[in-house]
Design a protein around this ligand. Structure first.
Ligand code: HMG
Ligand code: MG
Length: 310
């Protein structure tokens, strides 16, 4: 099997991972998490979202977090902006605090679109179009997240034709790359491959990323299935943090540590230092007061303990 020679990972932990936390996580902790992720070699970090603080209170400190991170050259920082209000807030700061990339986020399922962003798929595209135009005019890259590409918490299984439709709409408004998201982690390899194949009708393989939640424990298999199609961009959360507030019962993204371990085993370069990444995951897990969801982190930390026990 010919896998890609390298893989780029966006760690979405500070955004997707923390957006659902009930207890407020201080901005200083989010900033420290971003620092630790970039120190571990992450080249892309999804930092926060500019959404309604009434809908997602945990992301209300978006401007403070974006202003507080110590930018590292070569690292790309992205934020979610679902509408012009969000985009304007993201750039209502000195240029050095702007995101490098904004993310508009739609869904292949009508019901999820309504629950998540309070509008239909067609309306969402109409809202995204001026955001995409303004971002590109300002020299900011644009990614489109596509939720529920295999399953929806409200509509059940989603056919690849729906993904094809959404990907076509994303392309038509100038989105530069898209995430094929399994929001509730129900996907299995063939279904995920079909969703990716539908997306590849509109975007090149370099412009497509896999965003897999791990609710059913399938995310690593789905990652491998995406690699088989040549996909080499993925999103994951350190310590497997997270879940979407509008996808009840769905757990976090696949843990970045687990993806890195898988890729190392395949001889695929990520530029990420696994031990430092585990420390970053431990930092945020300790803050949240619960164990990491990463199997690899658990195993390697247990090994560390054994080797330091006299
Ligand atoms: P709406 O209520 O339809 O918007 O919300 P509206 O334009 O009618 O405005 C209503 C109020 O919201 C007004 O305030 C606006 O000012 C305010 P009020 O007058 O009532 O005080 N408002 C905003 N405030 C701050 N920032 C904004 C903004 N826009 C309006 N950008 C909206 C539409 C999209 C804003 C809302 O539905 C929302 O914030 N939803 C949250 C969506 C979200 O963050 N979901 C989680 C992230 S997506 C995800 O996790 C999936 C992903 O990981 C991929 C996957 O796994 O599937 C990406
Ligand atoms: Mg997600």
């Amino acid at each position: 099997m010919d896998y890609p020679a390298r893989v780029k990972i966006v760690d979405v932990g500070p955004r997707d991972g923390l957006q659902n936390e009930k207890q407020p996580v201080p901005a200083a902790v989010k900033i420290e998490l971003v620092q630790r992720l970039q120190d571990a070699g992450l080249k892309e970090i999804e930092v926060t979202s500019f959404v309604s603080p009434k809908w997602v209170p945990q992301m209300a400190d978006n401007t403070e977090v974006m202003a507080g991170i110590a930018r590292k050259s070569g690292v790309r920082y992205s934020v979610l902006t679902p509408n012009m209000k969000g985009f304007e807030a993201a750039v209502a700061v000195p240029r050095e605090c702007w995101p490098d990339e904004i993310v508009v986020f739609g869904a292949a399922s009508e019901a999820f679109s309504q629950k998540n962003i309070n509008c239909s798929i067609a309306e969402s595209i109409a809202r995204f179009a001026p955001v995409v135009e303004a971002a590109r005019a300002a020299g900011i890259a644009v990614r489109g997240a596509m939720s529920c590409t295999v399953g929806c918490p409200y509509e059940g299984e989603i056919a690849p034709e729906r993904v094809d439709y959404l990907a076509g709409l994303m392309k038509s408004i100038g989105v530069q790359r898209v995430d094929v998201a399994d929001t509730i982690g129900v996907g299995t390899p063939l279904k995920v491959q079909r969703a990716i194949a539908a997306t590849l009708r509109h975007f090149g393989v370099d412009e497509v990323s896999g965003h897999f939640h791990d609710t059913y424990g399938q995310a690593l298999s789905n990652t491998l299935a995406a690699l088989e199609l040549g996909v080499w961009n993925f999103q994951s959360s350190v310590a497997g943090l997270g879940g979407c507030p509008y996808a009840k019962g769905a757990t976090g993204n696949v843990a970045t540590e687990d993806v890195v371990y898988l890729l190392q085993g395949l001889g695929i370069d990520t530029g990420i230092h696994l031990e430092k990444l585990i420390d970053a995951g431990q930092y945020i897990s300790e803050h949240l007061g619960r164990p990491t969801q990463s199997r690899v982190a658990k195993a390697l930390m247990a090994k560390r303990e054994i080797s330091t026990t006299p």
